[in-house]
Design a protein around this ligand. Sequence first.
Ligand SMILES: Cc1cc2nc3c(=O)[nH]c(=O)nc-3n(C[C@H](O)[C@H](O)[C@H](O)COP(=O)(O)O)c2cc1C
Length: 302
Amino acid sequence: MSMLEVEVAGLRFRNPTVLASGILGTTAASLLRVARNGAGAVVAKSCGLTPREGHRNPTVVEIEQGILNAVGLANPGAEEFVRELRQALDGGVPVIASVYGFKVEDYAKAAKIVSRAGIAAIELNLSCPNVEKVGSLFGADAELSYEVVREVKRTVSLPVFAKLTANVGDIVEIAKACEEGGADGITAINTLKAMAIDIKAKVPVLGNKVGGLSGRCLKPVSLRCVYEIAQEVEIPVMGCGGIATGRDAVEFMMAGASAVQIGSAVLTRGVGVFRKVALEIQEFLEEMGYSHVRDIVGLALK
Ligand SMILES: Cc1cc2nc3c(=O)[nH]c(=O)nc-3n(C[C@H](O)[C@H](O)[C@H](O)COP(=O)(O)O)c2cc1C
């Protein structure tokens, strides 16, 4: 067995690198490409019950040390997406579908639909507004987060990861609520609310004005979130936010992450980033005399 193989919520990844949702995850072809390029698992683009066109352009812009996006959850809808997900299974790595919703039941219904594709697990994108409790975000409300996880767990028999947002006062409270609701793992974190302004045009750069910040500049925040969550929950945590090198991955794993998701770095450094990060983790382990990557998980928590 490879020294990089990890088990996360009952799933086996050949190495701890995982494609984050929304990046190269919209078609079977792109998911297969990531699998062929060394990722341990892939998370597909979030899909909902009905198709969505998404926000006006520009939707993705590069800024200093990061990326701003306001894609607006453009997707073909869960039903349409099943075929892509099914074809992506040929990549030979676990395929995790991501679902979002605007009501608790939307998540469960979308999860039920995508589960027909034979996927390995479901990730819940909790960074969505709730239309029944106006002004609230699922992932910023412990009760709503609990309810979404519980409803999805009642509906499908797959492992469920709750993907949290750091746009909250206390992310640990939300993580605990998800664990109580039956989540098998936590993904931390999604993008942080942010914006940029074009000073010549005197307008916000993004078509949607406000969007989500990802990439290098997010890393200290996402690392802190993983560190706080991992101390308080028993279920595994996947770290996400600004990870681009083996050293970053080792930091997250020492903070308690069992695996690391990579998003923006795929856009800025190319799809070779998975193989490179995995190799750099292995080099670190060998240099430090560790026989397996699991031996470093949580070392900085003690
Ligand atoms: C263009 C773009 C699209 C994204 N779409 C999704 C999505 O559909 N669902 C989701 O849960 N996260 C989405 N994300 C967030 C990423 O999965 C990830 O949580 C975030 O970008 C932080 O990781 P990174 O710094 O490695 O990119 C998206 C990010 C970007 C940059």
